[in-house]
Design a protein around this ligand. Structure first.
Ligand code: ZN
Length: 331
């Protein structure tokens, strides 16, 4: 598998070849990845070691229910990751003022647009928010809470990269973030999404220990599933994501995977139509500072119109879906 290096956010912290950064994949800068891939430690592992690594966190049984509530054909989850300027601040010794202003757009403009759209359509959505995002812009709480319909969920303290942290530091940041969201919103969050979907070998232990209901950072299916840890069922619900259903990497006009919004709309529609046909779930991850621009809001509106026109759809927060599938599975 080959990825190209995209972006302005290079993870200086990591210093490794592999990282998932700011909605972007960063691996190597070569054309095919082969030349830079000189270090291949997997070659020297025996099969038991390989199995142990692969089994650290795996997809267990499907939690796809026999039916969705009220006879709906498909569950639709709208995720908004309210990163704003946290990534820029977290990952740069001298954060660029220009890049921070690009994130600030999310708080000033984008968030209101996406909340307006959801509220106009009566759609419940889930807002995954790095705590520092709320520290810097506490007024976002009221904007999101006004309808009483949306969920707040944990998305790191300052959009930290978990895989660059030791277990204790990673845990402390999740605890701080969760406590801050509880205090700021009046309700303890039950959902977790790793910043940049960067799930460390310790993340599952940490979120299990803290009693989270679900995670939404991994990609082993397009139906809900139970996470296994070292081969054992955990009771943790996974609501899977995918880069193809994320606005950030493909909508960066300076990235080399830039895709015009109207082309992306077709991908989203095709993903939804197949989910509808299969009777499974559709989960779209977008960011107010990305999707909240005028030419992107157009496609979000068109997508909602398309979904609504199909009918028999259950729009729900991630929490509602996680509770439902867990109960249906007798977990
Ligand atoms: Zn994020």
């Amino acid at each position: 598998m080959t990825f190209k290096m995209v972006r302005q956010f290079v993870p200086a912290l990591l210093g490794t070849a592999l990282g998932v950064v700011a909605g972007c994949l960063v691996v190597d800068a070569t054309a095919d990845g082969a030349a830079a891939q000189t270090d291949q430690p997997g070659l020297y592992l025996d099969l038991d070691e390989i199995r142990a690594i692969a089994d650290r966190v795996r997809a267990g049984r499907s939690l796809q229910p026999a039916a969705w509530p009220n006879g709906a054909r498909v569950a639709v989850m709208m995720s908004f990751d309210v990163d704003n300027d946290t990534i820029t601040i977290a990952r740069n010794a001298e954060p660029s003022i220009g890049a921070m202003s690009q994130g600030e757009y999310g708080a000033r403009v984008g968030l209101r647009r996406v909340v307006d759209l959801m509220d106009r359509h009566g759609i419940p959505a889930s807002f995954f928010i790095p705590a520092v995002s709320l520290v810097l812009r506490p007024e976002m709480v009221d904007v999101i809470q006004a309808s009483g319909r949306h969920e707040f969920a944990v998305h790191g303290w300052i959009h930290e990269l978990n895989s660059a942290l030791d277990a204790e530091t990673e845990r402390d940041l999740v605890v701080r973030a969760t406590n801050y969201l509880e205090q700021a919103t009046g309700r303890r969050p039950v959902g977790y999404r790793a910043p940049s979907w960067d799930f460390s070998p310790n993340t599952l232990d940490i979120i299990r220990g803290l009693g989270f209901l679900y995670d939404s950072s991994l990609m082993a299916d397009d139906r809900p599933y139970e996470l296994l840890q070292n081969g054992e069922p955990t009771g943790m619900v996974e609501l899977p994501v995918e880069w193809i259903l994320d606005d950030a990497p493909l909508m960066n006009p300076r990235g080399n995977s830039y895709t015009p919004p109207r082309e992306l709309l077709q991908v989203y529609i095709d993903e939804f139509d197949k989910a509808y046909e299969e009777g499974t779930m559709f989960l779209l991850t977008t960011h107010p500072h990305v999707i909240g621009h005028r030419s992107r809001m157009v496609i979000l509106e068109e997508l909602i119109d398309h979904i609504k026109a199909r009918g028999d759809v259950w729009f729900a927060t991630h929490e509602q879906v996680a509770r439902y599938v867990k109960e249906q599975a007798g977990l």
